[in-house]
Design a protein around this ligand. Structure first.
Ligand SMILES: [Ca+2]
Ligand SMILES: [Ca+2]
Length: 311
């Protein structure tokens, strides 16, 4: 279903002699495999639920050197890494829609309102206006500390599958791209890999909710703050249109371990029952786990919380 939507999202193939059709304002190309696919009308084909797929913020930008032959002042594309966030907006070469990594340059982006997951087939799509055969290495991370190498994207292959690298069931908020054009003959005059937008292919939202915002202390009864959170959960379900929802509850280590185990299970079930009541018409598989205090680390990280993965 998601794949079908993505295909629709990409729109029809659009080919002309220079690879770009400048007539269509805000058209966005897909890859540079001697053809250019575009969104013919972003207003129609990109709805608000699609926007969630794209990387939202810049964590780090460390541009590399410019290629030989460009000389002089740095290209303006070097100065605005936020161009790599949000929806793709490329229109023509040299416009203000993309950022150049520079030779060997690095960017780290964060998915704020969604997460990267390993779904069927490719999981990440990079929208790059790079025409030359430049490439970039890709890493993903859960915590922006430990990065897992995933592979390489290039102008002719802009999708990447995290299967085999990522842990099944884990969610990733960060992606790092490093230009790998150094030594590439074709890119010696370029600025390395260019990035317009970075997209997760599968819609997925991961919510971490403090138990205080849902339940009375040591209880599985919703408190007065719960309504606001539950509305937010339902809103995310509307956006993702999930086939699977994982609900996990974690307590701190106050009180008896066995009691915490039981309460956490009851809390997770309470959330599931509420969602079934509200989304009963949808075909969703629920997974419910109460971990008690088992998965909490003593110290500052210890926190009673509910985690919900909607995918
Ligand atoms: Ca995958
Ligand atoms: Ca852009």
């Amino acid at each position: 279903m998601i794949t079908v939507l993505i295909m629709f999202f990409i729109g029809e193939m659009l080919i002309n002699s220079d690879g770009f059709n400048n007539k269509l304002v805000s058209d966005v190309y897909s890859n540079m495999n001697n053809d250019t696919s575009a969104y013919t009308d972003p207003e129609l084909s990109i709805d608000s639920t699609m926007a969630i797929l794209f990387a939202d913020s810049v964590i780090l930008y460390d541009p590399g050197a410019m290629g030989e032959g460009t000389g002089g002042e740095p290209d303006s594309a070097f100065r605005f890494p936020e161009r790599a966030t949000g929806l793709p907006d490329f229109s023509e070469k040299g416009d203000s829609s993309y950022v150049s990594l520079g030779i060997g340059g690095t960017i780290v982006l964060k998915f704020v309102d969604n997460v990267l997951i390993d779904g069927p087939g490719p999981d990440i799509k990079i929208f790059s206006p790079t025409k030359e055969e430049s490439s970039a290495l890709v890493w993903i991370s859960e915590d922006c500390n430990f990065f897992i190498p995933i592979g390489k994207v290039s102008s002719s292959n802009n999708e990447i599958d995290i299967a085999g690298h990522a842990d099944q069931g884990r969610v990733y908020h960060y992606i790092k791209l490093r230009d790998d054009s150094e030594g590439s003959e074709k890119d010696e005059k370029g600025l390395g890999y260019d990035i317009d937008a970075v997209s997760a292919i599968h819609k997925a939202v991961h919510m971490v909710i403090s138990s205080d915002n849902l339940f009375y202390p040591q209880s599985s009864r919703f408190n007065e703050k719960a309504e606001k959170v539950l509305i937010e959960i339902i809103k995310n379900i509307e956006i993702v249109d999930p086939i699977f929802i994982k609900i996990e509850s974690f307590t701190d280590s106050e009180g008896e371990a066995n009691f915490n185990l039981i309460i956490s299970h009851q809390q997770a079930c309470r959330v599931r029952d509420y969602l079934i009541e509200k989304c009963g018409q949808r075909e969703i598989i629920y997974s419910v786990t109460g971990w008690g205090e088992e998965k909490n680390i003593q110290g500052s990280d210890e926190k009673s919380r509910i985690e919900i993965l909607i995918r």
